[in-house]
Design a binder for this molecule. Structure first.
Ligand code: FES
Length: 153
């Protein structure tokens, strides 16, 4: 085989190999190569919702849990939306963890102790820190069977 003929054959083989791998890589269904415009908060929900099991996480008054950026807590008996609150898990001031203090009926930041009502109103701003906070977002919830779902907006 002449050198020129060998290189020509090699070039055709290389082109076929590249075309095959490119087609298989680009041909997978559902992969547009573009980022998802509405990312899922995580495994607990779909779209802009976050769901958890009531019986395993929020069975009793005062129970609380955080899932995918949402703090859920129970404030009353019964499995209706009014028995639960879903809000931001992190403080708007500087991102401290928020917890529900059931015996004091308030949401408190663990970093600078800002405090909020169950409707999200600020009752105490950051302590020993500059800046201010804003009211918390309170997310609407729906209940289906044993699952509570918060719609994150
Ligand atoms: S981070 Fe919550 S009050 Fe500062």
């Amino acid at each position: 085989m002449e050198r020129q003929e060998f290189l020509k054959t090699l070039g055709i083989s290389f082109a076929v190999a590249c075309a095959g791998s490119c087609l298989s890589a680009c041909g997978s269904k559902g992969d547009t190569g573009k980022p998802n415009p509405t990312p899922t908060p995580g495994g607990g929900g779909t779209g802009n919702t976050v769901s958890i099991s009531i019986s395993s996480k929020l069975a009793n008054i005062g129970d609380q849990t955080t899932m995918n950026g949402v703090l859920f807590f129970r404030i009353a008996t019964g499995n209706t939306s009014s028995s639960f609150v879903a809000t931001e898990a992190l403080c708007p001031h500087q991102g401290g963890n928020l917890v529900w203090l059931n015996n004091q009926t308030k949401i408190q930041c663990q970093l600078h102790q800002s405090e909020y009502t169950t409707s999200g109103a600020v009752t105490q701003g950051p302590q020993n820190s500059s800046g201010s906070t804003r009211p918390l977002k309170i997310y609407a919830t729906t209940i289906s069977g044993d699952t509570i779902t918060a719609t994150v907006v």
